[in-house]
Design a protein around this ligand. Structure first.
Ligand SMILES: Cc1cc2nc3c(=O)[nH]c(=O)nc-3n(C[C@H](O)[C@H](O)[C@H](O)COP(=O)(O)OP(=O)(O)OC[C@H]3O[C@@H](n4cnc5c(N)ncnc54)[C@H](O)[C@@H]3O)c2cc1C
Length: 496
């Protein structure tokens, strides 16, 4: 494919320059990466291994959100918390455990894993030959990046600065010692009572984790249901499980103010209710880290929320400057930032890749987990597809019943036009497709279609295939037994 878009890296000349007009005060490089997140590090390493002169700026710790205060610590924390939760629930299958959580040990382990992952990054960068600048970067000219006394001009600049937790403008909140995901993993003593503001995946993963460790958790959420991006029955299945863990959910809440006195937080709702706790976790959204970048000096444009504006190929308004991961308003997942680095490499190699060239798969690591890829049936219909949904309740999966893990469901949304069998899906913890999904189409195809489109559950054959357009196939499962790590397998199998 010819390169009509994107920007190739010019061959490095013998003196290390790449043919760019040189600003006297700036070093010259082939590429500058800003941020050592999940996309920035592999990109810097890959380019350096191609003998490009690469600079990477990092203002904080190596590894970005995922390693330091996102995926890694939250999943390590949940490993302990879910261990405790499952042990307690095992009473229903005749196993009675006296669960005692050593919270200090839990958090020590979490932090040891963070350190291990983080400590591997700098040697990897150095070994590849990346020049590291430990400073906050900003643009000081077109494709000139400066920070910590270093200025670098490059043909290619990739912005991978991520996002930070945003605090809602609740009166009094800023004056309290609340925690967010950047400080949560520094807690060493389990709070007796915790209020979580926010019913999205961060608040719920950490909230359920705390509850399973023994804290009395109260989730206060402004929306009328938790996990509002998912379908209502997914929200409900999770809400039911959270309540079983002893978590109180206050939905549709309007918080009037937050105060802190004598070691106690008080959250006052518009209803007049006062909720007290020993800890307050705020998980209400993310703000892009573009404040310090001075992007306009390089002709880069931000959108109204502060994310870097890019086109379909992650190119900014300034030629040669790309943005990847969260700061490019990509879905906030680590595998998206990582895949973006491959997109950029491909584009630089002359095979441009679009930001939306793969269906997104993701999981929330609550119990039950919620995982999804593709469109919901409503979204698909809104896009004009002849969409059908088939739902298999966990209560109809034999192994789920045997394991006492019947909560939740599996759902496929299918383009009736392609009408192929879904024989390769694997979405149970046995890694085998539930029977109802495995069976091939029956003779009463049209009748079945009608039943399915009317929302009846599929306890019997699913006549609809999974070879629908990749962007359209949707699968959702809300099930404690599911293996989100294999969601990619599931996706690949589903899309064949
Ligand atoms: C609690 C929590 C749990 C999560 N769990 C999951 C999960 O299970 N699965 C999943 O896929 N995703 C998860 N995520 C999301 C995931 O962590 C992020 O989407 C991902 O890390 C974003 O990567 P990024 O490369 O865009 O940015 P980041 O990883 O945030 O990297 C940005 C880097 O840029 C640096 N930086 C910022 N500004 C500058 C500057 N001006 N100069 C120099 N350096 C700068 C920052 O210090 C940082 O190191 C979770 C997030 C949170 C908060």
């Amino acid at each position: 494919m010819g390169l009509s878009i994107g920007h190739r890296i010019a061959p490095t000349t013998s003196n290390g320059a790449s043919g760019t007009v040189i600003d006297d005060r700036a070093s010259v490089a082939d590429a500058v990466i800003i941020g050592s997140g999940q996309g920035g590090v592999p990109l810097a390493v890959a380019l350096a291994k191609r003998e490009k002169r690469v600079f990477l700026f990092e203002r904080a710790q190596f590894g970005g959100t995922c390693v330091n205060n996102g995926c890694t610590p939250s999943k390590a924390f949940l490993a302990s918390a879910h261990g405790a939760g499952r042990a307690r629930r095992a009473a229903k299958i005749g196993v009675h455990a006296d669960v005692r959580v050593d919270f200090h040990a839990v958090m020590q382990r979490v932090n040891a894993i963070i350190a291990e992952w983080r400590d591997g990054i700098e040697p990897k960068l150095r070994k590849a030959g990346v020049t590291i600048v430990r400073a906050e970067a900003s643009f000081t000219g077109e494709r000139i990046v400066s920070g910590g006394g270093t200025s670098v001009r490059a043909d290619i600049v990739v912005i991978d600065v991520g996002a930070s937790p945003s605090a809602p403008p609740i009166p009094g909140l800023a004056e309290t010692p609340y925690v967010d995901n950047t400080t949560f993993f520094q807690i060493r003593e389990l709070p007796r009572r915790t209020i979580v503001i926010g019913g999205g995946y961060i608040g719920l993963e950490l909230g359920q984790g705390l509850a399973r460790c023994g804290s009395d958790v109260h989730v206060v959420h402004s929306g009328t249901r938790i996990m509002e991006r998912e379908e209502p029955d997914a929200s409900e299945a999770l809400a039911e499980s959270l309540r079983e863990d002893g978590i109180r959910l206050t939905l549709g809440a309007k918080i009037e103010r937050v105060t802190y006195a004598g070691g106690e937080f008080t959250v006052t709702l518009a209803t007049g209710e006062h909720i007290q706790s020993d800890a307050l976790l705020v998980a209400t959204g993310r703000t892009p880290n573009t404040g310090a970048l001075d992007v306009e000096r390089s002709g880069i444009v931000l959108d109204s929320r502060g994310f870097v504006q890019t086109d379909a190929f992650l190119r900014t308004a300034c030629e040669g400057v790309y943005a990847i991961g969260e700061v490019a308003a990509q879905p906030a997942f680590t595998h998206v930032a990582w895949e973006d680095h491959r997109r950029i490499l491909s584009t630089l190699d002359g095979t441009p890749r679009r930001r939306d060239d793969l269906p997104l798969a993701y999981a929330t690591f609550t119990e039950p987990q919620i995982a999804r890829t593709g469109l919901t049936v409503d979204e698909a219909r809104a896009q004009g597809y002849d969409a059908l949904a088939v739902t298999l309740p966990g209560a109809e999966v034999a192994r789920a019943i045997e394991w006492n893990e019947e909560r939740g469901f599996y759902r496929l949304v299918i383009d009736a036009g392609t009408d192929r069998s879904c024989s390769r899906s694997r979405c149970t913890f046995t890694r085998r497709t539930p029977k109802a999904f495995r069976r091939s189409r029956g003779s009463s195809k049209m009748k079945k279609r009608r039943e399915l489109s009317e929302g009846k559950s599929a306890g019997d054959p699913c006549p609809y295939g999974t070879s629908a357009p990749r962007s359209f196939v949707h699968l959702q499962y809300v099930h404690p037994c599911a293996l989100p790590a294999r969601i990619e397998d599931l996706l690949i199998a589903t899309c064949r």
